[in-house]
Design a protein around this ligand. Structure first.
Ligand SMILES: Nc1ncnc2c1ncn2[C@@H]1O[C@H](COP(=O)(O)OP(=O)(O)OP(=O)(O)O)[C@@H](O)[C@H]1O
Ligand SMILES: [Mg+2]
Length: 377
């Protein structure tokens, strides 16, 4: 898990980050669906998983190992706990970084009960030797415990009960293929639609005993970046506002005022996101400009801009990563209420071409003038 931003950088905690700190995780558990039919959205994953679990229940065995992947805050931990609940099985929770030695893993595995669910969060951060032990455990329900050192060392095989491993990762690309292949069921969680987030907000409001107007829910859902964790967080901030400034009822005015206070705009962009776009458009004529230059111009670390700001801007089609640097799309200009230098359409076509050739070959030699606001004149 990436460290909380506020610790690393001199800026207030972001209200639109998909990550959560320990306090927030504690608050979240109250809003976590506990059964599959309470889950909002992810219909495909829910139906597939339902089938896997029902079949296992009929057979009276532990279900296949399950791999859950997807960005932070979309429901991986939630689903892992639901699997335990649906199987009426206890869930043992651990995480990749907690397992540094194969022995740590052996200790956990050998203490599992029949049918137990082992939830291994951030599975991509497990150590190599532990990973290899896991291969055997997943496939043959066995571990080889090595006793002694040097030439006298012997491996004692240890039978394990049938358990279900539920692995979660935000970086499925980092998982070695042999590990990925050992999961019988893999689910990739996608961002939620505004309608799904709207449903989720009504559910959370009900659980928190809040009166939430439809217009307010729609407003919050639209600014939540497709992420349940952000939607629930914005709901809590709007609730605070409504309780301090109003009657506690969450209406459109409360939602707008609170979100404005927290600097979250209609598209879910916060101050830093907009600062990056603004710099890109007004100081560098829309780019392309190098990442380092762009970062310095907003007073941030390169890494923050690259990993914290850009993914959402790229996803929203506001920013392009090209081999020659970062470039604003026509939507970015429109979002900021600015007029792009002429001709915007040509720019984007040209830059798209560059982006597509970003596989290292870069065969197309497109002449992009140096950045500067007068480059298209
Ligand atoms: N499908 C859903 N329906 C209702 N609430 C959800 C759903 N998915 C997530 N949530 C809510 O969002 C919060 C965050 O979800 P969760 O902790 O499962 O995310 P995660 O994918 O495990 O994130 P991380 O990668 O940071 O561990 C939960 O507390 C839960 O309240
Ligand atoms: Mg989680």
């Amino acid at each position: 898990m990436s460290p909380e931003l506020s610790d690393d950088f001199d800026m207030p905690p972001r209200v639109v980050t998909g990550d959560a700190d320990a306090d927030e995780r504690a608050v979240e558990s109250a809003l976590r669906p506990t059964r599959l039919d309470e889950l909002v959205g992810q219909v495909r994953v829910r139906d597939q998983l339902d089938l896997v679990l029902q079949a296992a229940r009929r057979r009276g065995t532990a279900p296949d190992h399950v791999l859950l992947s997807g960005p932070p805050g979309l429901g991986k931990t939630t689903l892992a706990l639901i699997i335990g609940a649906e199987m009426s099985a206890p869930v043992r929770v651990t995480s990749g970084p907690a397992i540094q030695h194969a022995g740590d893993l052996a200790a956990i595995l050998s203490s599992l009960a029949e049918g137990e669910v082992l939830f291994l969060d951030e599975i991509h951060r497990m150590s190599r030797p532990a990973e290899e032990m896991l291969y055997l455990a997943m496939e043959d329900f066995r571990v080889d415990v090595v006793v002694g050192k040097g030439p006298g060392a012997t491996a004692i095989p240890l039978e394990l009960p049938r358990f279900t491993l539920v692995g979660a990762t935000t970086r499925s690309g980092l998982l070695p293929a042999p590990l990925r292949d050992r999961f019988g069921f893999t689910a990739h969680l996608d961002f939620y639609s505004p309608e799904e987030l709207d449903q989720l907000l009504h559910r959370s409001a009900r659980l928190l005993g809040l009166e939430l107007h439809q217009a307010a829910s729609t407003e919050i859902a639209g600014r939540s970046r497709g992420t349940p964790r952000i939607a629930n967080r914005l709901l809590r901030r709007v609730r605070d506002w409504a309780q301090v400034h109003g009657e506690g009822v969450i209406d459109l005015a409360a939602a707008r005022a609170a979100l404005e206070l927290y600097d979250v705009d209609e598209a879910g962009l916060d101050r830093l996101d907009r600062a990056v776009l603004q710099a890109l458009c007004t100081r560098f004529g829309g780019g392309p400009v190098g990442l380092a230059t762009l970062a310095v111009s907003v007073g941030e670390e390169t890494e923050t801009v690259e990993t914290v700001v850009e993914p959402f801007l790229v996803r929203e089609g506001l920013l392009l990563r090209t081999p020659r640097g970062r470039a604003a799309t026509p939507q970015a200009w429109a979002h900021l209420g600015l007029t792009p230098p002429r001709p915007a359409a040509g720019t984007s076509a040209q830059l798209n071409l560059l982006e597509e050739s970003a596989d290292g070959t870069l065969g197309v030699d497109v002449d992009v003038p140096p950045s500067g606001s007068d480059r298209f004149r």
